[in-house]
Design a protein around this ligand. Structure first.
Ligand SMILES: Nc1ccn([C@@H]2O[C@H](COP(=O)(O)OP(=O)(O)OP(=O)(O)O)[C@@H](O)[C@H]2O)c(=O)n1
Ligand SMILES: [Ca+2]
Length: 506
């Protein structure tokens, strides 16, 4: 007869199962904290020429540098104009940020405030102010820095981004959001064809950035940015055209029409029936046009619209210089540009304008896009103005014919997009996070994109969870079958989940 095992009593089985469950619970809690708890945050203020926007990003606390893990959780549009407009009253630039900063305090949990980095990056508006009046630009930075230092976050400084940084970080954002950076490329294989180019149109500058087989940086080193991301090397072509943002080009187009100082102009880029009195001083108050100010002119001029897309296109062309190029090929103004390559993401004003005009579908032939815009431009101002356009400022509304014409001219005449390559452009606002330079900037400053590809985890997250569930069931049955097995598994079993946690933390 089989001898009864003295350990095999209901009490020992019960104790063994409870001990095992406790260990498993502890392990599960530990795992939960590592995987889901306590996200980290980062805040970036995009101090653009036309306005400032604040973005809050969030990512899991675990040390996991995977692409796609950083998410934009909130954004806040600062009321009023860009910080460069406060040159005559810098304190107000600082004050203007307060509402959004208070909002950030609510969106980031208070226990995370102190360790949350806060950055402010200024773009073309401050670049222009710095050219025009560097003292005023310093005072604006002083005021915004003082204001941001008062916030509970870890303020890391306010600075002007170079045009090259603005272009390159926009490219990083677009490719990070598209999950293009982590693609594993075979040794010596060229990964350039698999990235997305970035087209950013602001109020005061515009950027183009892409990877091209035809570009190694030798012909124009100033346009070259080298990255090593996730083990892949990228030689990025990037160029920022200061003064070629939408608002500054509008000034240049108006300057072209007012060079003789007339009392009135008839502008093909504005709708028929549009008529506004504008001030010469205000128009020429920018380094992009100040040198062209007519020697004698009245204080004001009447800006009258005549709504003609084709004439508007000719007018817009006059802001580009196509006459000089010391390289093998150029875009405009003597700037080198290699042959366009790959798909492109076009964001900021590219998106606002084309979305308003209902022209974001690039499968529509370029010729039809131009015809649609021509029809829009010839619509009388009275009709445009009285149609319901919720949330659209009247100033923007009046400018969409000009803006659309500028975008098409910049893309086709400026950057040499053809009807074929135009179809490779995607007009984007968001891909889980807003497209723009801010995400790329923060990823760079927080070292979130490693140069080398991280080791592949033994198991994906879902794998960890199912692994623990499997162990749970396995131990339960093991414990019921024999308490000795249970004790053995209790000892061994704790090592396995601990090893998993250790792996996920390193
Ligand atoms: N619904 C909207 C919103 C904005 N705009 C235009 O878009 C431009 C602003 O684009 P944005 O990317 O916000 O420019 P900034 O970042 O302010 O400027 P920059 O990058 O040059 O510093 C402005 O010219 C504005 O007229 C528009 O046409 N329609
Ligand atoms: Ca911008």
């Amino acid at each position: 007869m089989k001898e009864r095992n003295p350990w095999h009593t209901p009490l020992t089985i019960f104790i063994a199962v409870v001990v095992r469950f406790s260990f498993l619970c502890l392990n599960e809690i530990n795992l939960f904290f590592v995987l889901f708890c306590c996200p980290q945050y980062g805040i970036v203020l995009d101090a653009g020429s036309s306005h400032t926007a604040m973005y809050i990003y969030e990512w899991p606390a675990e040390k996991d540098n995977n692409t796609g893990r950083v998410e934009q959780t909130h954004s806040c549009k600062v009321k009023g104009p860009g910080i460069s407009s406060y040159a005559s009253d810098p304190k107000k630039a600082g004050q203007s940020l307060q509402v959004c900063m208070k909002e950030a305090e609510r969106f980031v949990p208070s226990e995370r405030h102190e360790e949350t980095p806060l950055y402010l990056g200024a773009t073309a508006g401050m670049r222009l102010l710095n050219i025009e009046n560097s003292t005023a630009s310093d005072q604006v930075f002083q005021a915004v820095s003082e204001s941001l230092q008062k916030s509970p976050f870890s303020f890391q400084g306010a600075r002007i981004l170079s045009g090259q940084e603005e272009g390159a970080f926009g490219w990083v954002t677009v490719n990070y959001l598209d999950d293009r950076l982590k693609q594993v490329c075979a040794v010596d294989m060229d990964c350039s064809g698999v990235t997305t180019g970035a087209l950013d149109l602001g109020g005061a500058s515009t950027q183009i950035s892409f990877v091209s087989d035809a570009f190694d940086g030798s012909e124009s080193p100033n346009n070259s940015v080298n990255f090593r991301l996730y083990g892949n090397d990228y030689n990025l072509y990037t160029h920022s055209f200061l003064c070629y943002g939408k608002d500054q080009v509008l000034r240049m187009a108006l300057a072209h029409q007012t060079k003789s100082g007339p009392g009135s102009i008839s502008d093909p880029c504005f709708h028929n029936g549009y008529s506004e009195s504008k001030n010469y001083m205000t128009l020429y108050n920018s380094p992009c046009v100040s040198k062209r100010k007519p020697v004698s002119s009245p204080a004001d001029f009447t800006h009258v619209g005549k709504g003609n897309f084709y004439q508007c296109q000719e007018l817009v062309k006059s802001v580009f210089d196509f006459t000089q190029c010391k390289y093998t090929q150029c875009s405009f103004n003597g700037v080198y540009q290699p042959t366009l390559q790959g798909p492109f993401g076009a964001f900021s004003a590219y998106y606002f304008v084309m979305n308003f005009l209902n022209l974001t579908d690039t499968s529509v032939p370029l010729q039809s896009v131009k015809e649609a815009l021509a029809r829009y431009c010839s619509t009388p101002w009275e009709t445009v103005r009285t149609l319901p356009h919720p949330g659209i400022k009247l100033k923007y509304l009046a400018e969409y014919c000009f803006s659309g014409t500028y975008i098409l001219t910049l893309l086709t005449e400026g950057y040499n997009f053809t009807s074929e390559t135009f179809s490779k452009i995607r007009f984007i606002k968001q891909v889980s996070s807003d497209a723009g330079w801010t995400l790329g900037y923060m990823l760079n400053l927080t070292n979130m994109i490693p140069a080398e590809a991280p080791d592949t985890p033994l198991l994906p997250h879902a794998g960890y969870v199912s692994h623990v569930c499997f162990l749970f069931v396995f131990y339960l049955f093991g414990s019921l079958a024999s308490p000795q097995t249970c004790l053995l598994l209790c000892f061994h079993g704790n090592l396995v989940p601990l090893a998993i946690i250790f792996h996920s933390m390193t």
